[in-house]
Design a protein around this ligand. Structure first.
Ligand code: ADP
Length: 612
């Protein structure tokens, strides 16, 4: 910007003849400050240094002549607008043309007339003054543009950038000289956005002056990055009323856009959540409620809750609890989590899991309806107590079996024995024997059932180290009468002691195996008992030479009351023996099973127990 340094205009007089300089000085010094130079070189130096308001320039000088000085002044940005008056002795047309070509503003012919000089100088100064004012205004306008917080760009009809302000340069990252005259669309708009932005530009160019349209489009910066800009445009017209270009103002909204995108993503996640989410402001008013939150509380849409206070979703005593205990705790710790009874729109209450988290202002609450879970829990509790009842029933049943059924059956058996002893009539004796054997069976079944029920209810047994071989030998000794009856030989392949961790109940397993082997084995055969060392365990095997058990029945027979049909009639039994044996072995932590007898015929029942 050009500033005036003094109130009086300054005039530089250049002439190689000192007398001429003095004369002009004399004419002018009353009204102006007069500077002087005696050759072209000095003249240029003074003009550049002092920037006078007018230069009166002699043409014919040795060295750099007047035309050359004038040309140089007119080609420099700093001095181009200083009026130059060529003072010449020549008045030929040729010389004038040369002067005009060199950029001279006016001419005076020597000898200089005083009045003419004064008039020329005054009018040139007036023009200069007007011009200076224009420049000042232009600079002022440029200043305004530069302080603007938005980017301002003037794009001409050829799409070239004609003007850009400071903010624009900051956003683009370029110097002014790198931008002016460049094709706006080609150099500064991402390729994919060019058609849209061009369209926007052409619309602005064609539409009337007043329309200001809004458009979003990124620009490419010098660092090869992109900034998102929101644009406003306004077409500009020249003095003939023709549209000369478009003035764009652009605001950098990159950060705002990113924040908006983040917020949108978060909101989408909240909208999609199956949990209820709500945001409350510092006055406990809902400012955001997602669909799930509204649904959980029985509202059709979130708008019904936005703007309302939280306590419409609760009821005393929950409201009191929240105010007195929960919210104070939440305020000190910044979060809270727990179960509350929520109130639906229709007034019904439901269990919900709630977590509260403090925000800058207000809080966010996440709510989950847990009434279903609560229902299941309640049902499970009920079931557990029923189960307890059923165990109690089972105990009662076991007691009834043992005391109330076994006793009368024992009495019947006792009297039958007495009667049998005394009876001599064979027909009556036969009937009494039938009663006797059936009542024996009844007693056996009651005992088995009671044992089984007792074992079922047990979770664990106490063990101590016992000699397995001794237990088996004891059991075998009790079967001597039955072995004798069917003439069966019992082969015992057990020598020495076999210490194992056992409970006395274990003998029930071997009683069952050996009695079955005798029951289902043929007369005049052999039953073999063997103990094998498996390392950590002993395996006890009882084999017979009976009909054996088919593969499909091998698993079934360990179930309760499972008896194989063909044998039912021939052999008496309860079908509980193997189920009891299995339970005893399980309680010992061992295994039980049946295989075909490796000897070729019959079956081999086995059980494993842990060594001591
Ligand atoms: P039961 O009192 O009927 O003998 P168990 O539970 O001891 O009851 O046996 C169940 C069924 O397994 C028997 O009814 C019988 O069909 C079959 N069974 C058991 N041991 C043998 C065996 N050694 N040989 C053939 N079948 C057997």
């Amino acid at each position: 910007m050009i500033m005036k340094s003094s109130a009086r205009p300054r005039i530089l007089v250049v002439d190689d003849e000192p007398m001429n300089v003095e004369l002009l000085q004399a004419y002018l010094q009353l009204d102006y400050d007069v500077l002087s130079a005696h050759n072209g070189q000095d003249a240029l130096e003074i003009v550049f240094r002092e920037v006078p308001d007018i230069v009166l320039l002699d043409v014919m000088m040795p060295g750099i002549n007047g035309y050359q000085v004038c040309e140089q002044l007119k080609s420099s940005e700093r001095t181009q607008f200083i009026p130059v008056v060529l003072v010449t002795a020549l008045s030929g047309r040729e010389d004038r043309l040369k002067g005009i070509e060199a950029g001279a503003d006016d001419f005076l012919t020597k000898p200089v007339d005083r009045l003419e000089l004064k008039m020329r100088v005054r009018s040139l100064l007036r023009i200069k003054d007007l011009h200076d004012n224009l420049i000042r205004e232009r600079d002022q306008a440029q200043n305004y543009l530069d302080v603007a917080a938005v980017m301002l760009l003037l794009i001409d009809r050829e799409q070239k950038i004609r003007l850009i302000n400071k903010r624009g340069l900051e956003i683009l990252g370029y110097e002014e000289s790198e931008v002016l005259g460049k094709d706006f669309f080609f150099d500064f708009i991402p390729e994919s956005n060019v058609p849209g932005m061009k369209n926007y530009f052409l619309n602005a160019l064609e539409s009337s002056e007043k329309t200001i349209d809004y458009y979003e489009c990124p620009v490419v910066t010098k660092q090869d990055g992109q900034r998102m800009i929101s644009w406003y445009s306004k077409s500009l017209t020249d003095e003939n009323g023709k549209t000369s270009g478009v003035l764009f103002s652009g605001q950098d909204i990159t950060i705002r856009k990113r924040a908006e995108e983040k917020l949108r993503k978060q909101t989408r996640a909240m909208e999609a959540s199956i949990d209820g989410m709500a945001i409350m402001d510092e006055n406990s008013i809902y400012t955001y409620v997602n669909d799930a939150h509204a649904r959980i509380f029985g509202y059709e849409n979130p708008d019904e809750l936005i703007g309302k206070k939280w306590d419409i979703l609760y009821k005393d005593p929950e409201i009191k609890k929240l105010k007195k205990e929960i919210l104070p705790e939440f305020r000190t710790r910044g979060k809270w989590k727990g179960e509350l009874l929520g109130k639906k729109k229709d007034g019904t209450l439901f269990y919900q899991e709630v977590s509260l988290t403090a925000l800058d202002k207000g809080l966010i609450s996440v709510v989950r309806d847990v009434s279903k879970r609560k229902e299941v829990e309640a049902r499970l509790n009920q079931y557990a107590s029923q189960l307890k009842n059923s165990n109690e029933l089972k105990d009662l049943f076991t007691d009834i079996l043992r005391h109330d059924l076994l006793n009368p059956a024992g009495v019947v058996k006792g009297f039958t024995d007495v009667l049998l002893n005394d009876e001599t009539d064979d027909r009556k004796k036969y009937k009494l024997q039938l009663i006797n054997s059936n009542v024996s069976r009844l007693i056996e079944m009651i005992e088995s059932a009671a044992r089984f029920a007792r074992l079922e209810g047990m979770d664990e047994l106490e063990f101590k180290s016992m000699d397995l071989a001794a237990i088996i030998r004891n059991v075998a000794a009790d079967f001597e009468p039955q072995l004798f009856d069917k003439n069966i030989k019992l082969d015992m392949n057990i020598s020495g002691s076999h210490p194992a961790m056992l409970n006395p109940l274990i003998d029930g397993v071997f009683i069952n195996f050996i009695s079955n082997a005798i029951k289902y084995g043929p007369s005049d055969s052999t039953v073999t008992v063997t103990v094998e060392d498996l390392g950590d365990e002993w395996k006890v095997m009882v084999s017979d030479l009976g009909e054996g058990i088919s593969d499909k029945d091998k698993k079934l027979i360990f179930n309760r009351f499972q008896r194989l049909t063909e044998k039912k009639k021939a052999v008496k039994g309860s079908g509980l023996g193997l189920a009891i044996a299995k339970r005893i072995v399980e309680l010992h932590g061992g295994n039980i099973g049946v295989d075909d007898n490796p000897a070729g015929k019959g079956s081999m029942f086995w059980a494993t127990v842990k060594k001591a």
